[in-house]
Design a protein around this ligand. Structure first.
Ligand code: 13P
Ligand code: SF4
Length: 349
């Protein structure tokens, strides 16, 4: 379906080096963590962290009454908190979603420059023009987009809820513009049979997994189960035993009888996987091999901008606050709420 469609030229994505944070001696780290805890308490703030952030941040979020989650759960969590400030350790769209859903709260991020290649691949203006050219299509956008793109959409979805929502729309006979991740879009199209135009964005981290090298590792570990995030290319998804959101992949490690898992997603997830299944062996899916560029090497450089140091800095200075234009917010909140309501109604389905 997307074959005959003309897309606007997409911006070139500059992928930064993965930030390197200074090693901390044990006492230094303890002192830093103590200061952060004190700031969180004084400012009535909770830390909401994604599974791809460092183990230090994940542990801190859990110890201080915050949460570590996938992007759907991160969106839900903030709304159920009394805290006045939400500190979102993740990438900018996650902070913006928290602000859109909780305009009365202050939302801080360790670094608001933490973008996402999918968000960058979908500029609001050209996307809106594209949608205007296809007025008979329902606009479904992945959460990894800007507030402005969400404001132009009918539905927002995350990887945890995309399949049932698109299936629901396909059953109603709706034609879909899907943006921005073409790999996730292709997977959902294959699973649902929905008629979809796929915006040609990609995740720079998942795009780098290599099927030939993965097959080689599988030959060395024939008993291993392959877990794949659906932002990965089709040839990687084809080798998967489980395809799903970060939460789904963590649950798979805990519940499947396998002893070994080859994991095709950001390495940050290993912390939680190892926590829920300490006796299982986790193997990184390869990003090296023929034609490899390995810019990200299974570590999102933007997620890497979150650290204990950058977190303390924003708590002390109030820098890196998220603001969303009220007019955009008013429009963007509708498709996000539609997703959350759908998820609530289909819990356990
Ligand atoms: P999840 O919603 O599955 O956590 O994915 C978010 C993401 O950015 C994956 O790259
Ligand atoms: Fe975006 Fe990919 Fe990073 Fe997820 S891993 S935040 S999709 S660039």
């Amino acid at each position: 379906m997307s074959d005959n469609v003309q897309f606007p030229e997409l911006p070139r994505i500059e992928v930064p080096e993965h930030p390197v944070w200074p090693e901390l001696a044990r006492e230094e780290k303890e002192a830093l963590v103590a200061k952060i805890k004190e700031q969180l308490r004084r400012q009535n703030a909770v830390l909401v962290a994604h599974y791809y952030t460092s183990s230090d941040l994940q542990e801190l979020a859990e110890e201080t009454g915050g949460c570590v989650a996938d992007s759907l759960e991160m969106a839900r969590f903030g709304s159920h908190q009394d805290a006045r400030t939400l500190v979102v350790a993740g990438v900018r769209f996650m902070g913006e979603t928290a602000k859109i859903l909780n305009p009365e709260k202050r939302v801080l991020m360790p670094d608001t420059r933490a973008t996402c290649s999918l968000d960058e691949a979908c500029p609001a203006e050209s996307f809106a023009e594209f949608c205007d050219q296809h007025p008979d299509h329902t606009v479904v956008v992945y959460a990894n987009t800007s507030a402005r793109v969400k404001a132009r959409s009918d539905w927002v979805v995350t990887s945890a809820i995309a399949l049932p929502i698109v299936r629901h729309l396909a059953e109603r006979g709706e034609k879909i513009i899907w943006a921005p991740d073409k790999h996730l879009g292709r997977y959902i199209q294959d699973q649902t049979g929905a008629e979809m135009i796929l915006w040609p964005g990609t995740c720079v981290v998942h795009e780098e997994f290599k099927a030939v090298a993965l097959k080689r590792i599988l030959r060395l570990h024939p008993e291993a189960a392959v877990l794949v995030h659906p932002e990965s290319p089709a040839e990687i998804i084809a080798l998967a035993d489980v395809v799903g959101s970060t939460t789904a992949l963590i649950k798979a490690v805990a519940s499947m009888p396998h002893r070994e898992f080859i994991v095709a997603t950001d390495k940050g997830i290993f912390h939680k996987m190892q926590q829920v299944a300490p006796d299982k062996t986790l193997i990184e899916a390869p990003t090296l091999g023929v034609g490899a560029t390995c810019q990200a090497c299974a570590e999102c450089p933007w997620m890497g901008m979150n650290s204990l140091q950058s977190l303390l800095h924003v708590l002390e200075t109030g820098e890196h606050e998220i603001h969303v234009d009220p007019e955009i917010r008013e429009k963007a909140v509708l498709p996000i709420r539609r997703m959350l309501d759908f998820a609530e109604q289909h819990k356990g389905a």
